[in-house]
Design a protein around this ligand. Structure first.
Ligand code: PLP
Length: 444
């Protein structure tokens, strides 16, 4: 484990009360009277402290954190260097608005993004506040730079909850149902889903299938951008067949289409490389980042080819809070941890520890254990076929929570249990979490 994890928070699981305990029950009562029912939470407990691989609730129960705030707190939720950077920056100034009074921290984050994102070409960035906002801005840049309207997205994609990104997201419930009408000129094409594609379909064949649909339904010359998650996130942690992304990338280049890699969930060492595109040597034109970038502070970015990013007229990009200085200071500290502590190697070590154990379980209903680095998943189906079993995934997540382990679910059918531990999690703690998960999977 990195030395740079929360001090004073024991890195072990502990259940002092029932889950939820009395203080959490009282908070749930206050919540029901004030918080919109439209906001849901995976855990029934309320968090008091978090760090390393542990969440401690208000009743003193300690949970093994295999969710990292949905792939955000990769460096831990209270990494001392991030905490110190936040405190120092807040003491200097909390906000000026980069569009009013610019500051060095914003520039330094853009320098880091240019250095770390795939490709050695000249790059520019804009910083915003959330992943959805980053995706919106990538589309704005692509449309402005190409003068075209259409946006291609993949089946099972998730890109956010704003109006445009809802249109780009595949799954209706809970993300879209009742929230339309949605932004136009968004077209969905099939992705590569090796478990569910015809047996033996290669990445190149899956790409040809997607390109065929795009050409028939839209025509390449109308397409501003193809937006892809290099590993599907909310859609089920699906790793495309090798060759899929490179083939799409070649088609984009040949047709003047901006390839946007949405690395909001996969970025910053999560998949065992700094960016998921690195696994296949794909160099996207634009990359969106958020989540893990700033150790838990809200920050996001679009980084890409200077000629595209600079095609936008001055004032066309921005936002009041975009690139907030406290978030930028946190990002610089978190990025130093990714690089100095080689957290991509830590993610690969997590994969090496988790995948063989889950595969060896041979639990009923497990169709596939898959993923990359510390972005790992178990897809559950009804025994004897391939029918997705969302109820089983929900049962497994509930059983884990009752035992003090946080796992999340995802997938178009809600039938995927996903693991996104902080990359600094200790291996003993991870093993303890896996024991609990294993029992829950075997119970079905
Ligand atoms: C791939 C991807 N893009 C975009 C988003 C939206 O990010 P945010 O929730 O920060 O708006 C997410 C969030 O889960 C995501 O996984």
């Amino acid at each position: 484990m990195s030395a740079d994890v929360a001090e004073g928070l024991p890195q072990s699981r502990l259940l002092r009360t029932a889950v939820p305990g009395p203080r959490s029950v009282e908070l749930a009562r206050r919540r029901a009277a004030t918080v919109s029912a439209g906001v849901s939470s995976a855990l029934p407990v309320y968090v008091a402290r978090a760090g390393g691989g542990v969440l401690e609730d208000v009743d003193g129960n300690r949970f093994v954190d295999l969710g990292a705030g949905i792939a955000v707190t990769s460096v831990g939720a209270s990494a001392p260097s991030v905490v110190a950077a936040v405190a120092a920056q807040a003491a200097d100034f909390t906000h000026t608005c980069f569009m009013i009074g610019p500051y060095e921290e914003y520039v330094a984050v853009c320098e880091a993004l240019a250095r770390l994102t795939p490709g050695a070409h000249e790059k520019r960035s804009v910083l915003v506040g959330s992943g959805a906002e980053a995706v919106e801005n990538a589309v704005k840049v692509a449309r402005r730079a190409t003068g075209r309207d259409a946006v291609l997205v993949l089946d099972h994609a998730y890109h956010g909850r704003t109006n445009l990104t809802m249109a780009m997201t595949a799954k209706a419930m809970p993300y879209k149902t009742g929230f339309g009408p949605f932004a136009g000129e968004v077209y969905r094409v099939p992705t590569s889903y090796p478990l569910r594609d015809p047996a033996g379909m290669t990445g190149e064949e899956a790409a040809a299938r997607a390109i065929g649909v795009a050409q028939r339904q839209v025509g390449a010359d109308r397409v501003a951008a193809l937006v892809v998650e290099p590993v599907l996130g909310e859609g089920g942690f699906v790793v495309p067949a090798p060759g899929f992304l490179p083939a799409l990338s070649r088609w984009c280049t040949q047709n003047g289409i901006v390839l946007v890699a949405d690395e909001v969930q996969t970025g910053f060492a999560r998949t065992g490389a700094m960016f998921a595109c690195d696994h296949e040597g794909v160099v996207p034109d634009l990359v969106t980042t958020a989540k893990g970038i700033a150790g838990g502070l809200p920050l996001a970015g679009v980084t890409g080819r200077a000629d595209l990013m600079d095609a936008v007229h001055p004032g066309g990009l921005g936002g009041t809070f975009g690139g907030n200085p406290v978030a930028c200071a946190a990002a610089l500290a978190a990025i130093a941890m990714y690089e100095d502590d080689d957290l991509a190697a830590a993610a690969r070590a997590i994969e090496a520890r988790v995948v063989p154990r889950l595969r060896a379980l041979d639990a009923p209903g497990v169709a596939e254990v898959r993923g990359r680095g510390a972005m790992l998943a178990v897809e559950l189906v009804r025994p004897g076929g391939m029918e997705p079993d969302g109820a089983a995934a929900a049962r497994v997540a509930r059983a884990c929570a009752a035992e003090g382990v946080l796992v999340l679910t995802c997938g178009t059918w809600g039938n995927v249990v996903r693991l996104l531990p902080p990359l600094v999690i200790g291996h003993d703690l991870l093993d303890d979490g896996l024991d609990v998960l294993g029992r829950a999977l075997l119970a079905g």
